[in-house]
Design a protein around this ligand. Structure first.
Ligand code: 2RA
Length: 328
């Protein structure tokens, strides 16, 4: 008997969670869909059954769920995740609200395992997930000292609103979500600015990388950029290692790591692009080469679907891991 709830079921990530649950045939005895009052009453078909989306209230959070997948923003998570937890559920939360809390696990299943000190597990930021997967492979074999990220993040990272802004721009209309037009443009600004000149998105990549790799000694910096692409983020990763492996060694280690697909043959113009990754589960890497300016330093280009591995799929993989432990 597994009772699952999804909070934010009508959002882009919630909708994708439902598709993955259906596609992977995740077993459940009941599936309850929650949303804000605005979307309550909508009907969604899952595994041949029509479910009616309910407004999430404190009373409903006291029902006995085993697992709650949340993707409804930080405010909703801060308020409702502890209520679900108190009622006995394990919450897997896609917002940034809990990620840097010392008592909360921040999990990418290929990289780390939840301690379950608390029954709230945080799903990391999308661009962080597709970066720490290759970095974990490198850390295990060669040690990681420093990372410099530049991201190229698709509009679906902002949910339906980001997609709407790109569509609006295509029709010559002004943006409603982004501070600048995204159509025919790139915007070096994701989430709010902080006093130190970085954005919150950049801070997420810095802090979450250290937490997931469990190593505060790794120096991390980031510049995060929104690009007019619908699906899949790209991250240019410049990484300094403890050792100095050959590029072939690096390709072998990455190719052997779960969920990584190496696409790297410059002679055939083979490298991953967002169009290659959109809708797929893997983290694709290419353009792997030695940095010409620094010792022990390499460039890696990582591309992955931000709604799949970057959000919904990673959350479902955490759920699958918990379900398999329950069976053991
Ligand atoms: C973005 N990182 O792409 C966000 C989504 N979680 O804006």
């Amino acid at each position: 008997m597994t009772n699952i709830a999804i909070v934010g079921a009508t959002g882009l990530v919630g909708k994708t969670m439902l598709e993955i649950i259906e596609g992977k045939d995740i077993p459940y005895s009941s599936l309850t869909l929650f949303s804000s009052a605005r979307s309550a009453g909508k009907e969604i078909a899952v595994k041949g059954e029509t479910l009616i989306v309910e407004e999430l209230t404190e009373e409903k959070a006291k029902q006995s769920f085993d697992y709650v997948l949340m993707s409804a923003g930080g405010g909703t998570s801060l308020h409702f995740a502890p209520l679900f937890e108190k009622s006995g559920a394990v919450v897997i939360d896609n917002s940034s609200a809990w990620r840097m809390d010392d008592t909360i696990d921040l999990v990418v299943p290929e990289v780390n395992t939840p301690s379950l000190k608390r029954r709230i597990i945080a799903n990391p930021n999308c661009s962080t997930i597709q970066s720490v997967v290759p970095l974990k492979a490198l850390a295990d074999s060669f040690g990681v000292k420093r990372v410099a990220y530049t991201t190229y993040q698709s509009v679906s990272g902002s949910g339906w609103q980001g997609i709407d802004d790109l569509t609006r721009g295509e029709k010559g209309e002004a943006p409603k979500n982004y501070p600048q037009p995204i159509h025919h443009n790139v915007i070096p600004h994701i989430d709010d600015f902080l006093d130190n000149g970085y954005t919150k998105e950049e801070a997420k990549m810095i802090n979450e990388t250290q937490k997931i790799l469990n190593d505060d000694a790794i120096d991390v910096t980031a510049t995060c950029v929104r690009v007019p692409v619908l699906h899949a983020h790209a991250v240019a990763i410049n990484v300094t290692l403890e050792k100095e492996p050959s590029v072939a060694d690096i390709k072998n280690v990455l190719g052997d790591f779960p969920s990584i697909v190496v696409m790297d043959d410059p002679t055939q113009n083979i490298y991953p692009t967002p169009l290659d990754a959109a809708g797929l589960e893997s983290v694709f890497v290419g353009r792997i080469r030695k940095d010409n300016s620094l010792p022990n330093t390499y460039h890696i280009w990582s591309v992955s679907d931000n709604i799949q591995k970057g959000a919904a799929l990673n959350a479902i993989q955490i759920l699958e891991d918990l379900l398999s432990r329950k069976e053991d």
